[in-house]
Structures are given as C-alpha cells and as structure tokens.
Design a protein around this ligand. Structure first.
Ligand code: MCA
Ligand code: AMP
Length: 501
C-alpha cells in the first residue's frame, strides 16, 4: 500500500469532488476538483524542475488557497515540505536554506530578488507565490497537464521538515514522517469527533504544526470545509463563527476574542468546539470564555517534534489548567533529569513515546540522540505532573524558552544578537507575563555605553516577534556560585513590566 500522506488524506475526500473544500477571505469557494487539479499542475511543474522523492521544497509564502495547493503538490510528488516563517530575516533564511539544501524555493514575489543569489548557491529552482496567488508558481503551472500520479512512499519516509530553535546552538530541522503525521491526524479526527459537515475557521499561520498538521490536515482528512483567513483578526473570526463548527487557536486568540463585545452566546451558537494549544491557556481565560459563551475550551498539548501528545476529552471533563490525558497510542511519563521515573503526582520532565514522535533532527544525529532515551521516549523539556486519573498539568519549562503569542523564542538566540551590539557588555533574556501574548521578551543588559534603540538595532538580524518588548539596563546580572545567570531572579524582578497600571 502507498503510505503517502497525500494518498491517505485524499481517501477522505468526498466522492463528489464538486463539493467545496475551502472558502477564502473574500468568499471565493474552491472545490476539491479545483484544488486537486491545481495541485496536479504544480506537481508537474515540480517534477519538471527536477524535484525527486525526498528532495526538500522550501516554502516561504503568505497564506492563500494556492499555498494549500502547493502543500498538496509537494506531498503528491513525495517531496519533503519545508515551510518557513514569513517573518524570517535574510540571515535566518540563509541558514535554513544552506542547511536543508532544497531543490526548489517558493517565496513571495517581493522577496525574490533578495533570495535569488541564495537560491543559486544552494542550487534551488526559485519560484514565486504572492498572497493574491500571483507569481511564477501559478503562471508557469497554468498551462501544464495536471499530473494524477501519486509518488509511492513508505510510512517511515520523511514528509516534512520544520525548523525549531534550540536552547543551545543552531536551529534544528525536525523530520516528520508520513506515518507520524497520519497517525496523529487520524487519532485527533476520531478523538475530537470530526464529522461530515464540520466547518473550521482557519486563522493560524500555515508554517507551524498547529495550523498545518493539526488544522489543515484534519480538514483534508475530514473532507472539508475550511474558512481560510490570511491571519487572525478577532472581528473577522467572529463574523464567520456563525457558519463554523470548530475554531483552533493559541491562547492569544481567545483573549482577543474576549476583548470584543461581539463575542456572545448567540455569535457562537453553531460552533461545537473551541480548541486551544501551543502555549498555556490561563484558567482565567477558560472561565471567562465559558461565562461569556457557555462553551468550555478544549486544551491540548503538543510540540513540533511530536505533533499532539495530550488532549482534554471531547466528552468528559475538560479540566482548566491541564492539557488532558495522553492521546490513544501515545505514552507519557514524568522523569527526573537522569531519566528515572518520578513518583506519581511529582513534578518532572515530560517524556513522550508513540507513533507521533519524529524521526530525528535533519543531519544532527547527535542532537536527536541527546533528546531521546534508550527506550525511545523523547524528552520534551516541559515540566509536568501526571495525576492518578491521567490528567497532565504543564507546570513550567526545563528548557530556556519564551512562548509569545504561541511562537517560540529561544533566549540564547536573542542574547547572541544583543551581545553583538555596540555598548552591550552582556545580556540575559527572559519572558514576563503579558496580557495579550501570554509572555513577552524582556532583555536585561549590562552596558559600557548607551546602546540606543535596542529593538531597532536588532531588527535586521531577528524576526520581529523575537524583538524585546522591554529593555532594562542593570549594574550586574545575578549569578550563582557556578557563574550561571540566575534567570529565575530576573523573571521575578521583571514579572510586572507588562502589567497595566
Ligand atoms: C506578531 N508579533 C509578535 C507576535 N506576532 N510579537 C510577539 N509575539 C508574537 N506571537 C509582532 C510583529 O513582529 C509585529 O511587530 C507586531 O507584532 C504586529 O504583527 P502582526 O502580524 O500584526 O501580529 P498579530 O496579527 O497581532 O499576530 C499575533 C498572533 C500571531 C495572532 C498571536 O502571532 C499568531 O497567529 N500566532 C500563532 C502562532 C502559532 O501558530 N503557533 C503554533 C506553533 P513589528 O511591527 O514591530 O514588526 S506550533 C506549536 O507551538 C506546537 C506544535 C503546538 O502545540 O501547537
Ligand atoms: P514548538 O517547539 O513550537 O513545537 O512548541 C512546543 C512547546 O509549546 C511545548 O514544548 C510546550 O512548551 C508549549 N506548549 C504547547 N501546547 C501547550 C499547552 N497546551 N500548554 C502549555 N504549553 C504548551
């Protein structure tokens, strides 16, 4: 049997391919037939450009229906889909392309000139796709025959690489297989009760696990329908909830929805399920959302390397402040730093084993080994407890990480950029609670001269969401006897900088 994710997803499409799969922001409807035909033409273009099974196709484009066709085309030809954040700077892009050596790069027409030399160096065919669907990808594929052939793949073959930063060193490309993504989507489809007629409002980015492998894959498997919005905007989402049955989002979506007086019971009367993940959902948000809409948000937990691992139940208690229980077929355990299981109910590092766990980091076997136990459990770096009834509570992070609006920021990367600024002697980056983003970046510096406008000085090097929202200059950084910066003290000291009043 062909284990290609494409073949498995398409098997869930309705027999009547004239049915609508997605609706764009302006109300344009796209049928399954239109989508498959367009994906097939792009498949022909990619094959013609020499893309072979296993070759990487790097994609840095805005959200659009065409971006969905491109994703499907990559799966169809057996390529490795490699999505990149549209906020990446040239420095970040340089690293991702040099490391992954893609056969093709698809970027925004406005970015093509800057990307061309880099594409040439790595030997990638450069194609363009804009938010409006314009660009060489669609123009060049328009006249081509729509290929129907689905490249044969084994379940263990890599289908996608997603870069994730690390607490030390370079970003790592997490390799996900056809089996990983299929196992996860099939489990979620059953667990969350997806059924024909479900309509999902899609306002997440298409370059992360949440928007791509949870939201999009689920609706592909379910046979539609997706309301595809280019980005999250609370009023636009509320406008569409009357026609939708499911919303997926990061906690910031829910706090921003609550800020609108238009979020009422009536506005969500047709919506059966609100799902939250990627960052902790405050119990307060959970309670406010229930009071306003009568609906209890379903919180789940995941990671790029593992897809989804735990979820609150569809039927049963959705317990605020927890991420629910291990998914069927997934094992979770809590261990001490050495890997010994912690006694029940005690805090330790959460470890995951199951068909959802990735194949390893691209060309970094030593990093893959360092984060995997001999018995196959992957070490998440999240601190958790597991109750006697199986409910998992994420209580913190062993890894040095800030999650801002559902986006991960590794302090080390920001500190390296800060340390390179004139006037900065040393730096420490921590997260502080933020009413909109959950957490936001605080940079603490020691200086030899006025460093000026620090966020502005970092902008060329770091994506906008990684820039510090608060900069503080101190005499010295607090250190322990080993000389290590005591970030817990800094977190304590700066915990109120973003609080109003
Ligand atoms: C944008 N900005 C941010 C963020 N997003 N700053 C901090 N944190 C952010 N998350 C900055 C931009 O650089 C810009 O600054 C300014 O805010 C406005 O940008 P804009 O694009 O208008 O922002 P927004 O539309 O308000 O976006 C906020 C957002 C968005 C809706 C929360 O970031 C979002 O959709 N987040 C979801 C991320 C996600 O999908 N995470 C899942 C990862 P300037 O103008 O100065 O440049 S997958 C995962 O974590 C695992 C697997 C899981 O469990 O799901
Ligand atoms: P990423 O590396 O982008 O895949 O982000 C994964 C990280 O997001 C996890 O290791 C957690 O730290 C965090 N995360 C995801 N879902 C939740 C959740 N429901 N509650 C708390 N943290 C979460």
């Amino acid at each position: 049997m062909n284990a290609s994710l494409f073949a498995r997803l398409v098997s869930g499409f309705p027999a009547d391919r004239a049915k609508v799969f997605l609706e764009t922001e302006d109300g344009t409807e796209v049928s399954f037939a239109t989508m498959l035909a367009a994906a097939g033409r792009i498949a022909t273009l990619l094959r013609g450009a020499g893309v072979e099974p296993g070759d990487r196709v790097a994609v840095q484009v805005e959200k659009s229906a065409e971006a969905v066709y491109l994703y499907l085309a990559c799966l169809q030809v057996g390529a490795v889909y490699l999505p990149l954040n549209t906020a990446c700077t040239a420095t970040e892009l340089d690293y991702f392309l040099t490391d992954s050596e893609p056969k093709a790069l698809i970027c925004d027409p406005a970015a093509a000139e800057a990307a061309a030399p880099l594409a040439a160096v790595v030997g990638a065919r450069l194609l363009t796709l804009g938010a409006d669907g314009a660009g060489s990808l669609i123009a060049e594929s328009a006249g081509l025959v729509s290929d129907r052939q689905v490249t044969e793949r084994a379940g263990g073959d890599v289908v996608a690489i997603l870069y994730t930063s690390g607490t030390t060193g370079r970003s790592k490309g997490a390799m996900l297989t056809h089996d990983n993504l299929w196992a996860n989507v099939a489990t979620l489809h059953w667990l969350w009760g997806f059924r024909p007629g479900d309509v999902l409002v899609h306002a997440l980015p298409l370059y992360h696990t949440h928007g791509l492998f949870v939201a999009l894959n689920l609706m592909l498997m379910n046979g539609g329908k997706l309301i595809l919005l280019p980005r999250f905007e609370a009023e636009a989402v509320i406008d569409r909830l009357a026609r939708a049955t499911v919303l997926m989002g990061v906690p910031t979506f829910y706090t921003r929805l609550l800020a609108s007086p238009r979020l009422t019971k009536e506005a969500v009367s047709g919506t059966r399920l609100f799902i939250s993940g990627s960052a902790p959902l405050l119990t307060q948000t959970h309670a406010e959302f229930e009071a306003r809409t009568g609906q209890r948000i379903l919180e789940r937990y995941g990671m790029t390397e593992t897809g989804m691992s735990a979820s609150n139940p569809l039927v049963g208690e959705r317990r605020a402040g927890t991420v629910g229980m291990a998914l069927p077929g997934v094992e979770l355990r809590v261990c001490d730093a050495g890997g010994a299981p912690a006694p029940a109910g005690e805090v330790g590092v959460l470890e995951v084993r199951g068909p959802n766990v990735f194949k390893g980091y691209w060309r970094m076997p030593e990093k893959s080994a360092a984060e995997t136990r001999a018995d196959g459990f992957f070490v998440t770096g999240d601190l958790a407890t597991i109750g006697a009834d199986g409910y998992v509570t994420i209580v913190g992070r062993a890894k040095d990480l800030v999650i801002s609006g559902g986006l991960n920021i590794y302090p080390k990367e920001v500190e390296e950029a800060l340390d390179a600024l004139p006037g900065v002697i040393e730096s420490a980056v921590v997260g502080a609670p933020h009413p909109d983003l959950g957490e936001a970046v605080v940079a603490v510096l020691t200086v030899s001269a006025d460093p000026g406008d620090v966020p502005a000085a970092l902008r060329a090097r770091l994506s906008g969401f990684k820039l510090p929202r608060h900069v503080a200059v101190v005499e010295t950084l607090p250190r322990n006897s080993m000389g290590k910066v005591q970030k817990n003290l800094l977190r304590e000291r700066f915990r109120d900088v973003f609080q109003a009043g």
